[in-house]
Write a protein that binds this ligand. Sequence first.
Ligand SMILES: [Zn+2]
Length: 125
Amino acid sequence: MHRRTLNAAQVAEFEGVLLARRADVAAQRSRLDGSLADVRESRSDGMADDEHDPEGPTMSSEWSRLAGTQLAVDDDLVQVDAALERLADGSYGTCVRCGESIPIDRLRARPEASLCIACAQAVGG
Ligand SMILES: [Zn+2]
């Protein structure tokens, strides 16, 4: 096994990328919270809605879509936070499954990646 730690410039590069990504994801999360609150409000307040059935398919599918997106965004946030932790403890850039180093090109394409390409394929992610 070859364990390669990133140099200081690379650590700084990925820290910047991850912090920017975290800010993006957090902003997306709070927009979603607002949208979900809007949908929840219009669902519970039938009087404000001209439709006879505020629980109808349109609202339900919008709700499902937003809730699904929210789960994906939460997952992104968890992964970005985990990557920042690995960056702090020096294990960033090392596959958490096999211990091989993750190619820098893969990290640039997907900075929150915790698996090397082979392991990502092996686990289907
Ligand atoms: Zn691996």
